[in-house]
Design a protein around this ligand. Structure first.
Ligand code: FAD
Length: 476
């Protein structure tokens, strides 16, 4: 079969492009090298829907961020993913920095960021009581929000699949040849398509080199983040930023859609695209910097940490139609605010594809809506009672830390989870204080039952990460 379009990369960029294209009468396939979607950069970030501040007014990422912030609100309702507008404060610790704050205000206004204003100590004391009293002013951006980055990817992909997009995982793209259109070789098979979108995140430069566009390099910029216990949910009421530097937005106090506050990320340029280690140095930098903003931070509340790698190539996103190779759109250097900008990037890519000759005819029956997934941890007691009356297996709690039931885990597998991490990102089971100490074996059994696999084939995140090597009982 010759697809109209192949999308390489199943992160937030690739799935947003897939969902946007699925409005049209096109055959589309998305190829992902990992066992599941959202296992690249899109799983390890801060989950902030940025308002658009801290971007140069003439930058593509600035424009797409402001547009993405607007689009994500509607999109989150359509595909049933939780989004909450919490607002952000960019603070200064000395009044001498007020002109820098005013510059951010005017840059933000030029980009069209709504509701920006500078707030003073009196406002801060009333509205952000845990903030250091040394902070004289802050730039308040009410349109900042929070979203679950991986659930956004899964829900985009599910909605795209409901609209006909075919998703292939475990397909590392290794070659691109010119045929009637493009022949894309993966480690498992060949795909053919008339158009192609390279949304391969950290590896977009290596994929581009496969079709001869090797004029840019992606440098990973590592960010270490530290997650706090949910009991500190109200550490701050807003997302708190220091003044940005040329390396990025600085180290923040972040509110997350799952309730755990987070602190970080660091910003360190490295060479190794697989280095996700956290360090004592990173921990010290983050906690020292955050204590200046929120002195009540207690490091004993930190329950988990991780690192993510921003795919950086220069200061801006690279989104271009390859003129030497008509039909290919390269989407690279999607550093922060790529999560926020993703729906706007998708619109932009579709415009480039149209210009490159893709015929776009709208589907008569585009399924715009996807029913929201039920999560006990995010439900009121009344709603939980209703769910239990509908199906008692909502009462069979598997993950006690995060209140996740057997029913939610089964549903996650039925909706596409294939691995322990896939279940974790979709449901939060194993993401609490005990890190799966109590629930890992139960979840393994559910995955094995649902997918009709032996327990020895259940993996953490794909081949090579099996959890048990032998099963002394009869096969499941
Ligand atoms: C620490 C940190 C904090 C951040 N915080 C925020 C934030 O708060 N808000 C915000 O807006 N943005 C944030 N970002 C940026 C955001 O996470 C990224 O811009 C976004 O996730 C990039 O998504 P992507 O789909 O382009 O890349 P990815 O998610 O990496 O997707 C690319 C996919 O392509 C696959 N792939 C690669 N090579 C191949 C191949 N050869 N064949 C097949 N598949 C392949 C990969 O496995 C991967 O799944 C942050 C980033 C980091 C690192």
């Amino acid at each position: 079969m010759i697809y109209d379009i192949l999308i390489i990369g199943g992160g937030v960029t690739g799935t947003a492009v897939a969902r946007e294209l699925s409005r049209y009468q096109l055959s589309i396939a998305l190829l992902e090298k990992e066992a599941e979607l959202a296992f690249g950069v899109s799983k390890s970030n801060s989950g902030i829907v940025h308002p658009g501040t801290q971007n140069p007014p003439d930058s593509l990422k600035g424009r797409l961020c402001v547009r993405g912030n607007k689009l994500l609100r509607g999109l989150s309702r359509e595909i049933g993913v939780y989004f909450k507008q919490v607002g952000e404060l960019i603070i200064i610790t000395t009044a001498a920095d007020l002109p820098r704050l005013q510059k951010l205000l005017s840059d933000g206004r030029k980009l069209g960021v709504r509701g920006l204003r500078i707030v003073d100590r009196k406002w801060l004391a009333k509205n952000e009581p845990n903030l250091s009293s040394a902070v004289p002013y802050a730039l308040y951006a009410p349109t900042a929000g929070i979203i679950s980055p991986y659930r956004l990817v899964y829900d985009l992909a599910e909605n795209a699949a409901a609209n006909g997009v075919e998703i292939f995982t475990d397909q590392l793209v290794t070659g691109v040849k010119k045929g009637r259109g493009f022949i894309v070789e993966t480690t498992r098979r060949k795909f053919e398509a008339r158009f192609m979108v390279n949304a391969a995140g950290l590896y977009a430069d290596e994929v581009a080199a496969l079709y001869g566009a090797a004029d840019f390099k992606i440098t990973p910029r590592k960010g270490e983040e530290y997650l706090l216990d949910k009991k500190r949910e109200n550490l701050t009421r807003h997302i708190i930023f220091p003044l940005p530097t040329d390396k990025g937005k600085g180290m923040l106090v972040i509110k997350t859609s799952d309730g755990n506050p987070m602190i970080g990320p660091t910003a360190e340029d490295i060479e190794d695209k697989t280095d996700l280690s956290t360090t004592a140095e990173g921990f010290r930098k983050v906690t020292d910097s955050v204590r200046e903003m929120a002195p009540c931070l207690d490091t004993r509340d930190i329950i988990a940490y991780f690192a993510g790698l921003r795919p950086v190539s220069g200061a801006d996103f690279i989104i271009r139609a390859e003129t030497a190779l008509p039909g290919i759109v390269t989407v690279a250097g999607i550093q922060s605010p790529g999560l926020t900008a993703s729906p706007a990037i998708a619109e932009y890519v579709v415009r480039l594809l149209r210009k490159a000759g893709l015929n776009l005819r709208r589907k008569k029956h585009f399924q715009k809506y996807r029913p929201a997934t039920s999560h006990l941890f995010a439900s009121s007691v009344r709603r939980i009672r209703g769910l239990l009356e509908r199906d008692p297996s909502y009462g069979d709690i598997v993950c006690r830390c995060e209140l996740v039931s057997a029913r939610e885990i089964r549903e996650a597998v039925r909706r596409g989870a294939r691995t322990m991490d896939g279940v974790k990102f979709r449901t939060r089971a194993q993401a609490g204080r005990c890190h799966g100490g109590f629930c890992t074996t139960r979840i393994m059994k559910i995955i094995a039952e649902e997918l009709k696999l032996p327990l020895t084939a259940v993996t953490k995140k794909g081949a090579g990460s099996e959890l048990v090597t032998g099963d002394r009982r009869a096969p499941v």
